[in-house]
Design a protein around this ligand. Structure first.
Ligand SMILES: [Zn+2]
Length: 135
């Protein structure tokens, strides 16, 4: 089973192997009561989404990295509107508030995305190796 759009499937929270089956039971990231409810297997190719107990604890690091990347991504926009040294420093609080707002608003999606990235990395770097060994 080959996934033709590996990057896109991660952002759309799809199965890392086939890119078709969805990882999560919720239809969108803002069904807050079940954002982390995952299917045990891919509905399409039966890829195992559970891997092992506690597998997704490592996804916390991914969500930290993604959140930092988001805050860094808006830094040039902030600089665009505050391009003098005085303005940059005086309005730093607005930048922090903007970061905080982004953090809150994207948290549900980021927590799902971090799991998708984490699973993708596992499938790409570890599972493919063990499969090669079997041949
Ligand atoms: Zn699949």
């Amino acid at each position: 089973m080959t996934n033709r759009k590996p990057i896109k499937s991660v952002f759309f929270l799809r199965c890392p192997s086939c890119g078709i089956g969805s990882l999560f039971k919720s239809k969108h990231s803002y069904e807050l009561n079940k954002i982390l409810d995952m299917h045990e297997h891919c509905e399409h190719c039966h890829e195992d989404f559970e891997v092992e107990t506690g597998f997704y604890q490592g996804a916390m690091y991914m969500s930290y990295i993604i959140t930092c990347a988001l805050c860094l991504a808006i830094l040039p926009i902030y600089y665009l509107f505050n391009n003098t040294r005085e303005a940059f420093l005086d309005n730093a609080m607005y930048y922090l508030i903007a970061c905080f707002a982004i953090l809150i608003f994207t948290a549900p999606y980021v927590s799902q995305l971090s799991r998708a990235v984490w699973l993708k990395m596992h499938v790409k770097f570890f599972k493919s190796k063990t499969e090669e060994n079997h041949h």
